[in-house]
Design a protein around this ligand. Structure first.
Ligand code: UD1
Length: 345
């Protein structure tokens, strides 16, 4: 049975593309809007190869309200939005704060503005565990205090969450599900889509897989003098397909009026904290491929340890991250190898 149409902003990006696959597999019609600032049109081919459906695609920027309005007019059947479109590099946000505030806030505000006019019931918002800063205790629940952001990027996530609450409080007839992601990693098991950052990767897994295949000489481990068992930072690495599936459930809740509150917030993690060194070891064990690495100094702004208590999402959404870290590492490696086969990287 054909379900409602969902607008996926940033749908050719890493998490967006995996979510489009899961939405289409669940029977939703999708239209993607993306300005291709950090992704490529070829991602649509990957999505089509997996699902046999090519999502509709509009190349435009969500900050462009004229283009957005035209899109809602062209697709009057849009009932829900998943908003991935945002800039997400922590370091870049410190150098170019206005770019981050403008891009991340304006795109959300435009969507919120237009939703009631075009009969869109709900919006899923991509937030981050960065809102918890360095948490007082782990695992982190949704009730943990929001800490002062350490970067403009992190601040945009906090402000966007507040904007959603304020707009709903003002009486706007919309619902929202805020999803706070921990560290999404891995790729679709088909290796048709995955993470493809522009330039030198800032995040751990793309740097690791590029090192393993020989594009980078050596992975730098940023610090081994943290107050953790092996001295390296601890994160909650969640498989991107598990993460994507939670979005389908979130959309269903909003459209079927199952939400407990007009704005709901969930942590999306595995509940397992793994250190950077443990992750490298997991990759080597799962793939049999060696990752040359060395310990270097700490990266400014890094959190020492953060992992999720996903109990609320498990119980209320009926969702759980199930992929093993070994399978996830193998999927990341298969994707890197596919990029090589295709002569992309
Ligand atoms: C950061 C943001 C997060 C954001 C994500 C997406 C914070 C606190 N976290 O996550 O909100 O959603 O980026 O871009 O703002 N590492 C290395 N060597 C490397 C790369 C990383 O050792 O070459 C280490 C880091 O020090 C860190 C861990 O690996 O301890 C994970 O780093 P990364 O993948 O960049 O993600 P976060 O910093 O956790």
């Amino acid at each position: 049975m054909k379900k409602e149409r969902i607008l996926v902003t940033g749908g050719t990006g890493y998490i967006g593309s995996h979510t489009v696959v899961e939405l289409q597999n669940a029977g939703y019609s999708v239209v993607i809007i993306d300005n291709l600032s950090n992704s490529n049109r070829n991602v649509l081919d990957g999505i089509e190869r997996i699902t046999n459906i090519r999502p509709d695609f509009v190349e435009a920027d969500c900050c462009d309200i004229t283009a957005l309005t035209a899109l809602f007019k062209q697709y009057p059947d849009i009932k829900g939005i998943i908003n991935f479109a945002a800039s997400k590099a922590v370091g870049e946000s410190i150098e170019k704060p206005l770019l981050y505030y403008r891009n991340n806030l304006n795109s959300l505000m435009n969507l919120l503005d237009l939703m009631p006019q075009y009969g869109v019931k709900g919006i899923v918002f991509s937030s981050s565990c960065t809102v918890y800063g360095e948490p007082d205790e782990n695992p982190v629940t949704e009730a943990a205090p929001i800490k002062t952001a350490t970067s403009p990027y992190g601040n945009t996530k906090q402000i966007c969450e507040e904007i959603i609450h304020d707009v709903v409080r003002s009486g706007a007839p919309i619902k929202s599900v805020i999803l706070r992601y921990f560290n999404p990693v891995g790729a679709h098991p088909s290796a048709e889509i995955g993470e493809l950052p522009n330039g030198v990767p800032q995040n751990l897994i793309p740097y690791l897989t590029q090192t393993a295949i020989g594009i980078r000489k050596e992975l730098s481990v940023f610090g081994d003098d943290y107050n953790t068992p092996d001295g390296s930072c601890i994160r909650d690495f969640i498989n991107v397909v598990d993460l994507a599936k939670a979005h389908v459930i979130a959309v269903e809740r909003m459209l079927q009026d199952k939400s407990l509150e007009q704005v709901e917030t969930f942590n999306l993690g595995t509940g397992i904290g793994l250190s950077v060194k443990e992750l490298i070891a997991a990759f080597e064990r799962a793939t049999g491929v060696n990752v040359p690495h060395k310990i270097v100094g700490r990266r400014p702004g890094d959190i020492e340890k953060v992992w999720a208590n996903p109990k609320y999402a498990n119980e209320v959404l009926g969702w759980e991250a199930t992929a093993s870290i070994d399978d996830t590492m193998r999927s990341a490696w298969a994707w890197q190898c596919r990029l090589r086969e295709r002569g992309i990287m």
